[in-house]
Design a protein around this ligand. Structure first.
Ligand code: SF4
Length: 164
């Protein structure tokens, strides 16, 4: 691997940029994600920062159970994040649709529409769990970046149990 490629892998692992998308969440998970990057947990000092455009991001963070109206936007935004990329599903909603499972307005879970690399279970998950998930995704991202032809993300083996 060339020196520049090695540098890029290191940067991606140590300073992943996130794009956050709400697919119909109750806002509980969104609040915890914001808490993860604000001073109490301070993931920003580790190089993790939220970006305003998916085109500038390395990791796509999705909250919510995936409403029918959100599906097209999720697929579009996923396509706008440049390769190599990773996807983190935050909360039990994108993993299982959670308490919204019988709703006619829901078309989840998330991995029905795009590949998901890391599930962070919880309703909502704590900020430190979200940071752990982002670190895991950053490691996956760096491995993917180091690969000569980055493979598409495999489907996860199993989604975690719903946590009420
Ligand atoms: S997992 Fe819980 S907190 Fe998060 S969006 Fe779903 S219902 Fe809200």
């Amino acid at each position: 691997m060339k020196a520049l490629d090695r540098l890029m892998c290191t940067c991606r692992r140590r300073s992943p940029w996130l794009f956050h998308m709400n697919s119909g969440s109750c806002n509980g998970c969104d609040i915890e994600l914001v808490a993860a990057i604000t001073p109490r947990y301070d993931a920003e000092q580790l190089g993790v920062q939220l970006e305003g455009s998916p085109r500038h991001a390395d990791i796509l963070c999705i909250t919510g159970p995936v409403t029918r109206n959100a599906v097209g936007a999720i697929e579009t935004v996923y396509g706008q994040v440049l390769n190599p990329k990773a996807v983190v599903a935050i909360g039990s909603c994108p993993a299982t649709t959670n308490v919204f499972i019988d709703s006619r307005t829901i078309d989840g879970p998330l991995d029905k529409h795009i590949p998901v690399d890391v599930f962070v279970p919880g309703c909502p998950p704590r900020p430190d769990a979200i940071i752990q998930g982002i670190v895991k995704a950053a490691t996956i991202l760096a491995e993917r970046a180091a690969s000569p032809s980055p493979p598409e993300a495999p489907k996860p083996e199993a989604a975690p149990e719903v946590q009420a």
